[in-house]
Design a protein around this ligand. Structure first.
Ligand SMILES: CC(=O)N[C@H]1[C@@H](OP(=O)(O)OP(=O)(O)OC[C@H]2O[C@@H](n3ccc(=O)[nH]c3=O)[C@H](O)[C@@H]2O)O[C@H](CO)[C@@H](O)[C@@H]1O[C@H](C)C(=O)N[C@@H](C)C(=O)N[C@H](CCC(=O)O)C(=O)O
Ligand SMILES: Nc1ncnc2c1ncn2[C@@H]1O[C@H](COP(=O)(O)OP(=O)(O)OP(=O)(O)O)[C@@H](O)[C@H]1O
Ligand SMILES: N[C@H](CCC[C@H](N)C(=O)O)C(=O)O
Length: 490
């Protein structure tokens, strides 16, 4: 594509009267630049992309987009714009010929439940014979081909490249997790969402957003932009959780048609007569299309919310309720979400990705509903993440579990012992144990569990690593627990 044509997508934002150039790719990482790339300099949290402009030129860049004059004069067009991050989203969408206008795009935001709900919706869509794509914490999946991703929501250039691949593969509906970081950084500007789903809002990421108000506002951006972007032939839908107070605000923000779901408050899609056991959850589903009995293999009230959000997304997608229910009833669970480890022991071991106060509480409340013996919880808090959730999570662990063990969960650049001290500040005078080494913590719980007890290993779910300092070690709670159980049985 010609540079001048591409820049038109930015409108008067990027006034440019210089030489034209043939652009072969858009990159914001100099290490990916090829002959003819447009290199976009982004000032990051760690380094400044402007410092790599020279290297990008040497690698063959045909033009540079920057926020300021570069240190060295380069013999290629250099276009200055106010915000290269935002510009990169718009340019990448234009370069790939607006891929998200070629298929249906469902975005899911909320503190907890994004990964689970996106997989439930994917299962429903596949049952309805749709070709799907998925982008989220666990991976990117195009049809059934998996690609690894670093972020829950990739940065804009990578994201639009993925959408382009989806369009090429004739994906009919893509389901993606939209993180609050992505919304506030503009990673998803340029995405034409058809349906936006809100799960819930509870505390997380205050290190990034500062306050709960800012965090809520960031998530609201998904709904603000829905229904008033691009020319639309089909209506846009906002699927909102009526039981979460933030939905009231999002309902006011959006120009889309609102469909609500809930358990406690009156909503368009509801669950009544909920019955939770250790084996699953049964409820009566009330929809505008009728009333249906549902029997999920997933446990907990939070699983009902995820199921309702998925049903609502299916409903506005025109999928028959019977198809959606059959699909949901077939789901055994999502990797690392309330996943049981069974190595023939007489107590239960559950691995769950609860790494926020709310999700930890939900997991423990659910376990309390069916546990016949004592509850043990092994929990840590991530380094370089919201520090204020540490004492809260420790307090929740002690509130619901008889045996609370605090351990490490990706300490990253922080001192693991300091993270544990931050947790302990929330449980002064309460009974707990600190075992910094996660493997030892799991072995300790397994060794001390009696028949019918339940051990919850929280925080890492599907993760197969532990990040300590700059190093990443192999670590999978499920494998470590299995080995510990087998070790005890010997
Ligand atoms: C705080 C944050 O959001 N950081 C993201 C950000 O990193 P950064 O700002 O440090 O980037 P940087 O390393 O300074 O690089 C700046 C620019 O220089 C370029 N560069 C850099 C080095 C080089 O040699 N050459 C070069 O050209 C980079 O490509 C980039 O364009 O941009 C990177 C590339 O897009 C992201 O991977 C990275 O996410 C990091 C890994 C991260 O942990 N982010 C978390 C906080 C996050 O975003 N989480 C949410 C999920 C949260 C949830 O819901 O639970 C997510 O969506 O993942
Ligand atoms: N609807 C929900 N409400 C509250 N907690 C939930 C809900 N769904 C799942 N959880 C809990 O949150 C954990 C994480 O779930 P999931 O991975 O689906 O959320 P997520 O929003 O994708 O998280 P992340 O942003 O970290 O990727 C689960 O292991 C479970 O304990
Ligand atoms: N998306 C979340 C995942 C946290 C998972 C937990 N195991 C941790 O490392 O803190 C984050 O990046 O904050």
């Amino acid at each position: 594509m010609q540079l001048k044509k591409l820049l038109k997508s930015l409108g008067p934002y990027a006034l440019y009267n210089g030489k034209d150039a043939e652009i072969t790719s858009i990159e914001n990482d100099n290490r990916k630049v090829v002959q003819g790339s447009l290199f976009i300099c982004i000032k990051g949290f760690t380094v400044d992309g402007h410092d790599f402009a020279q290297k990008a030129f040497e690698a063959g860049a045909a033009a540079i987009l920057a926020e300021r004059e570069l240190a060295a004069e380069l013999p290629i067009p250099v276009i200055i714009v106010k915000d290269t991050k935002k510009a990169s989203s718009i340019l990448a969408d234009a370069f790939y010929d607006h891929p998200t206008q070629k298929f249906n795009l469902i975005g899911i935001t909320g503190t907890n439940g994004k990964t689970t709900t996106s997989h439930l919706i994917e299962t429903i869509l596949q049952k309805a014979n749709k070709k799907t794509g998925i982008i989220g914490t666990m991976y990117t999946k195009i049809d059934n081909e998996i690609q690894e991703t670093k972020n829950t929501t990739p940065e804009a250039v990578t994201l639009q490249k993925i959408f382009h691949q989806m369009a090429e593969k004739k994906v009919e509906t893509a389901v993606m997790e939209v993180s609050s970081h992505a919304l506030s950084e503009g990673r998803v500007f340029g995405c034409d969402y058809d349906i936006a789903v809100f799960t819930n809002l509870t505390q997380d990421h205050l290190d990034f957003h500062g306050t709960m108000d800012e965090y809520r506002r960031a998530k609201g951006l998904l709904f603000t932009r829905l229904g008033n972007v691009y020319s639309q032939e089909a209506p846009k839908f906002a699927v909102l959780n009526k039981d979460d107070a933030a939905s009231e605000e999002y309902e006011k923000l959006t120009a889309a048609i609102v469909v609500t779901y809930g358990i406690d408050k009156e909503a368009d899609i509801m669950a009544k007569d909920i019955h939770i056991t250790s084996a699953g959850t049964e409820f009566q589903l009330i929809t505008p299309a009728g009333r249906f009995p549902v029997a999920l293999k997933m446990v907990g009230k939070f699983s009902v919310y995820n199921a309702l959000a998925s049903i609502a997304a299916a409903f506005v997608s025109g999928i028959p309720m019977e198809t959606a229910i059959t699909a949901l009833e077939s789901v055994k669970g999502v990797s690392g979400r309330f996943e049981t480890v069974d190595a023939g022991q007489d107590f239960s071991v559950i691995v769950d990705y609860s790494h926020t106060p709310d999700s930890l509480e939900n997991a423990l409340v659910t376990i309390k509903e069916f546990a016949e013996g004592d509850i043990h919880v092994i929990v840590g808090c991530g380094g370089d993440r919201d520090k204020t959730k540490r004492p809260l999570m420790a307090d929740i662990a002690c509130k619901y579990a008889k045996h609370a063990i605090f351990t490490s969960d990706n300490p990253r650049s922080e001192d693991p012992l300091q993270i544990l001290k931050d947790m302990e500040a929330g449980v002064v005078g309460k009974e707990y144990k600190v075992i910094a080494d996660r493997k030892e913590a799991i072995e300790y719980a397994v060794k001390n569990a009696n028949a019918n007890d339940v051990i919850l290993i929280a925080g890492k779910g599907h993760e197969t690593y532990q990040q300590v300092g700059a190093q990443t070690f192999d670590f999978d709670d499920r494998l470590v627990a299995r080995e510990a159980i087998l070790g005890v049985k010997k």
